[in-house]
Design a protein around this ligand. Structure first.
Ligand code: SAM
Ligand code: DTB
Ligand code: SF4
Length: 365
């Protein structure tokens, strides 16, 4: 089924309109997945999935009131609180994650923002994880510009800060931090030269137009996030959203497909909620264009599928963990020149974009 903007499909654009996102969401399921798979193949190896491991470096007693979160101090979820971990203990966990095949280590803290007292330890963690040869990611709440600069200087590759939902629905979920606060933090991360990981949560009782609103906000950022986590709400007893209605799995897959189309060059992360998903649903998410997961039996505080279950699923689907390739500037240039030469020689237009995109993707990652 044609779209009014079919000619622009696969372009990275920052002028997505409500009408265009609505058109995508309204496509018959098979048409939507066909389009998202085409966009996916033009930009990525469709059988590679980037694999990250999460660690909660400071757990619980968070002053924020995010209604979905087991770590908020506003709700009684029975979670054991833990102070900021020791640097050595974090590095040990990172080394284990690397040995199990993760390429990125994401450290999360239940903070409104990092304090000046804690930041030096966090910077040591970034340096140490980086030295292990892993990509680094942190999610520590709001950042000032000087804090973002310090993290970038320490070698932090990615900062995760989610918009969570649409601006319209946001007030029903969080009251202690504004949407604009989040956008400001993302801007500080960008200004410091780090990559952005930003996405949201599906299944909090939001309407379809809120899901579309979230995706439009992310895609229309001045530069699209390199990584877009799409979380399915993990319902935790004691949080205000513990008994919210389940979402239709096909609606979740649709969100992944629409995210893939709107942010063609970003990694779309099939994030929290996989423990509740069937293998078939996860396979459909990969089909729709998800190409990143959290790997390991724990997210921050809630369960995730066991590593061996994920490896089995990868094997059954012929998926491979994406390898992190570290190249010098000269090597990167050589790969790019080769890609351009191959591109000019290409006779078959079907392979034209894929060849170029594959080579460029291998330079970028
Ligand atoms: N405290 C920091 C912050 O919120 O900025 C960082 C950690 S916080 C746990 C990171 C993200 O995890 C949240 O923005 C939210 O999108 C996601 N998250 C938290 N609890 C969740 C849940 N129960 N289900 C799905 N996603 C969740
Ligand atoms: C993201 O978008 N999802 C991850 C990561 N970023 C930090 C966190 C999911 C947390 C799920 C609830 C928990 O385990 O506490
Ligand atoms: Fe705190 Fe982050 Fe949980 Fe919100 S999502 S309550 S900021 S840990």
């Amino acid at each position: 089924m044609p779209l009014t903007f079919d000619a622009k499909l696969g372009e990275v654009r920052h002028d997505w309109t409500k009408q265009q996102v609505t058109e995508l969401m309204a496509l018959p399921f098979n048409d939507l997945l066909f389009k998202s798979q085409m966009v996916h193949r033009a930009n990525f190896d469709p059988n590679e999935v980037q694999v990250s491991t999460l660690l909660s470096i400071k757990t619980g007693a968070c002053p924020e009131d995010c209604k979905y979160c087991p770590q908020s101090g506003h709700y009684n979820t029975g979670l054991a609180k833990e102070k900021l971990m020791q640097v050595e203990a974090v590095l040990k966990k990172a080394a284990e994650a690397k040995a199990k095949g993760s390429s990125r280590f994401c450290m999360g803290a239940a903070w409104k923002h990092p304090s000046d007292k804690d930041l030096p330890y966090v910077l040591e963690m970034v340096k140490g994880v980086k030295e292990l040869g892993l990509e680094t990611c942190m999610t520590l709440g709001m950042l000032r510009d000087d804090q973002a600069d310090a993290l970038a200087d320490a070698g932090l590759d990615y900062y995760n800060h989610n918009l969570d939902t649409s601006p319209d629905f946001y007030d029903k979920i969080i009251t202690t931090r504004s949407y604009q606060d989040r956008l400001d933090t993302l801007q500080h991360v960008r200004d410091a030269g780090m990559k952005i990981c930003s996405g949201g949560i599906i299944g909090m009782g939001e309407r379809e137009k809120d899901r579309m609103g979230l995706l439009a906000q992310l895609a229309n950022l001045p530069q699209q996030p390199e990584s877009v986590p799409i979380n399915m709400l993990v319902k935790v007893e004691g949080t205000p959203l513990a008994n919210v209605e389940d979402i239709d799995p096909f609606d979740f897959v649709r969100c992944i497909a629409v995210a893939r189309i709107m942010m063609p060059a970003s990694h779309v992360r099939l994030s929290a909620g996989r423990e509740e998903m069937s293998d078939e649903m996860q396979a459909m998410c990969f089909m729709a264009g998800a190409n990143s997961i959290f790997y390991g039996e724990c997210l921050l505080t809630t369960p995730n599928p066991e590593a061996h279950e994920d490896m089995q699923l990868f094997k059954r689907l012929g998926l491979r963990p994406e390898q992190r390739i570290e190249k010098s500037d000269e090597e990167q240039e050589a790969v790019l020149s080769k890609a351009i030469a191959q591109d000019q020689e290409a006779k078959n237009p079907l392979f034209y974009d894929a060849t170029q995109a594959d080579a460029i993707a291998s330079v970028q990652h």
